[in-house]
Write a protein that binds this ligand. Structure first.
Ligand code: SAH
Length: 351
């Protein structure tokens, strides 16, 4: 049975699904989920992420984390964590770039948070360092935590609500015969959304990502208690407004209801909501291009360019532009740093 048939049956039996339930099923159904069944990255896949565009991305982030580790007295045991590591490319680049930082590798316990067993296997092949997998953020060790998450929060399921007077109608996935279609649930008060009554009008849609705050809280609590730093990179903006649910297949947008389990589903990250959940200090939400320039991507790009010729050189110049240019990923993608309040923000995220 296809995932679409499974979803249609479930709706027939239990009624419409929230967008969050639909998203979670499409992405992580153990047998048919998008991430459970494939390696979606790269030119042959459905989308390309920053670490897959260039090694410079993971290298610079690794050095920023290592600088914070040194600034905080180089603790001799710490968790080096990544959320949603995809192919493991970024962690491999982080580890290569930090190999010469004395004591860093010996102190690091590399810890990954990954739902897909297919991607776990690929990660273990890519990362040549002992790995631990977390089943739950609550299991993060009681140690200093240096963490990175690129395009992880955009994959967490969102709920969508349409304003109707003083209440909200939740957007749902229902069926018409065998066809999946969006509809709206009953008008209900949503106390958690009362602050959004101030800046919305009837008919406006807002999004809420219920899974994000507990994860940010778990990370920030370790950083407060034991020290560390986190760098979160994702696409999105300050305060959600409008429908940002997006499906991508073969590098092209498609209808999110068209091919359950066959397309990547993401939504813009609401950085206001992330910041509100941070229990330690946090940086400004900084555009990716600005962050990478501050970390010296141009110098790193020039030094790598010296050994490249022809198409390899063209691809490298193009990668630098894609990561940093405001018309490419430079502005749409934002970076948020978490750090202990008695310390400086991670390099690249200075006020
Ligand atoms: N960071 C990688 C991959 C981003 S795609 C990169 O930049 O290339 C999102 C990643 O998060 C995938 O590895 C996916 O399997 C994982 N993921 C998605 N939802 C998750 C969840 N709820 N829990 C743990 N991992 C999840």
């Amino acid at each position: 049975m296809s995932l679409k048939d499974i979803i249609v049956r479930r709706i027939r039996h239990d009624g419409p699904l929230s967008v969050a339930d639909y998203m979670a099923t499409c992405l992580l159904h153990p047998e048919h989920g998008y991430y459970s069944t494939r390696d979606p990255f790269g030119t042959d896949g459905d989308f390309t992420t920053a670490p897959e565009i260039s090694q410079m991305f993971g290298e610079l982030i690794g050095l920023s984390l290592a600088q914070s580790w040194l600034d905080q007295g180089a603790p001799d045991r710490f968790t080096l964590a990544e959320l949603g590591p995809g192919r493991g490319t970024m962690m491999a680049d982080v580890l290569r770039a930090t190999a010469k930082v004395p004591g860093f590798h010996a102190a690091a316990q590399v810890t990954l948070f990954e739902a897909s067993s297919t991607l776990r296997r690929i990660q273990s092949d890519t990362i040549v360092h002992p790995l631990t997998y977390l089943e739950d953020i609550a299991d993060l060790p009681q140690l200093p935590l240096f963490l990175v998450a690129n395009e992880f929060f955009d994959a967490l399921p969102i709920r969508q609500f349409v304003r109707d007077g003083a209440g909200w109608r939740e957007r749902q996935v229902g069926i018409d015969g065998e066809i999946l279609q969006f509809g709206l649930g009953p008008n209900l008060p949503q106390p958690a959304l009362s602050h959004r009554l101030e800046d919305t009008k009837d008919g406006d849609m807002i999004e809420d990502c219920p899974g994000a705050a507990p994860i940010i809280d778990g990370i920030g609590t370790r950083i407060t208690r034991h020290g560390g730093a986190a760098i979160v990179i994702d696409y999105g903006d300050w305060r959600s407004l409008g429908d940002t649910l997006q499906a991508l297949q073969n590098h092209a947008p498609t209808d999110p209801l068209q091919c359950p389990g066959g397309a990547d589903l993401t939504a813009h990250v609401d950085f206001e909501a992330l910041c509100a959940a941070v229990p330690c200090a946090h940086s400004k939400v900084t555009p990716q291009g600005v962050f990478l320039e501050r970390l010296g991507i141009t110098q790193r790009a020039q030094s790598l360019a010296a050994s490249l010729r022809n198409t390899a050189l063209d691809a490298h110049i193009d990668a630098h532009r894609r990561l940093t240019h405001p018309d490419e990923m430079g502005n749409l993608f934002k970076v948020l740093g978490l750090f202990p309040k008695q310390h400086a923000p991670p390099a690249g995220l200075e006020p």
